[in-house]
Write a protein that binds this ligand. Structure first.
Ligand code: ADP
Ligand code: MG
Ligand code: MG
Length: 248
């Protein structure tokens, strides 16, 4: 479904991804773990089509299509969910407005307002979210947890084939982690794949991955099942560096 081959990418002239290869099949949940600075967020940004990251070598295909040739919105239309962080507040645009725009941008036909309303209510109920959340202005005064809720609500209403979630290293409390886990677990099934990128093992207590990959210095250096995450937890990333580091 998603196939990344020998991916090299740089930002501001500095090579960060140095030959990353990964294949994600239909219905599979993959975790990518790695120490700070190993290039995890860079991978997420490249998959999203962030303009600051330049791919210099390698390929990324999704269901056979060359993803690197597509704009971010075209990637979304194919069924890739890229958890965009909207760092700035958007005054006057409510969560509901934003989600309607997001849904309509990936569907062939516009969703009628009533259907959209019902869809949103249903997904918010699933996530135990207060209905008033939908009326709040996007990111205005949102806590880290509320930004996550918005992101996961987006995942649930868009129903993508593949989600790429970058758990940033800092600031997510257990509540927010559980929101993410619950969203992914709701989506879990034969038609949904996910790549969960994380520094810490803790989210993987709530989302059981089928495969775990360890990233170091812009590459995946080892892969295994969920027990690999536990091994990492006990041995730490120093072990990874000793075992797989090239002394850089
Ligand atoms: P991780 O998410 O694994 O912590 P990142 O992908 O954020 O790693 O960063 C990998 C390396 O790339 C770091 O050395 C970081 O400083 C550098 N880097 C990432 N994004 C940028 C950027 N926009 N500008 C300059 N350097 C960057
Ligand atoms: Mg980091
Ligand atoms: Mg990161």
């Amino acid at each position: 479904m998603l196939k990344i081959e020998n991916l090299h990418a740089e930002v501001e002239g500095k090579e960060i991804l140095k030959g990353l290869t990964l294949e994600v099949g239909r219905g599979e949940i993959h975790a990518i773990m790695g120490p700070n600075g190993s290039g995890k967020s860079t991978l997420a940004n490249v998959l999203m089509g962030h303009p600051r990251y330049e791919v210099t070598e390698g390929s990324v295909t999704f269901e056979g299509e060359d993803v690197l040739e597509l704009e971010p919105d075209e990637r979304a239309k194919l069924g890739m969910f890229l958890a965009f962080q909207y760092p700035s507040e958007v005054p006057g645009v409510s969560v509901a407005n934003f989600l309607r725009t997001a849904v309509n941008s990936v569907r062939e036909q516009e969703v009628p307002p009533m259907e959209m309303y019902k869809l949103l209510q249903e997904k918010m109920r699933l996530m135990d979210m207060d209905p008033s959340f939908a009326e709040r202005y996007l990111n205005e005064g949102f806590s880290g947890g509320e930004k996550k809720r918005n992101e996961i609500l987006q995942l649930l209403v868009l129903q993508p084939k593949l989600a790429i979630l970058d758990e940033t290293d800092s600031g997510l409390d257990i509540d927010a982690l559980q929101v993410v886990a619950r969203g992914v677990n709701q989506m879990r099934g034969p038609e949904f794949s996910a790549v969960v990128i994380t520094h810490y093992q803790r989210i993987l207590r709530y989302i059981e991955p089928d495969f775990v990959h360890v990233m170091l210095d812009g590459r995946i250096v080892t892969s295994g099942g969920k027990e690999l995450a536990e091994e990492l937890e006990s041995k730490g990333y120093d072990w990874v560096r000793q075992e797989f580091g090239a002394g850089t």
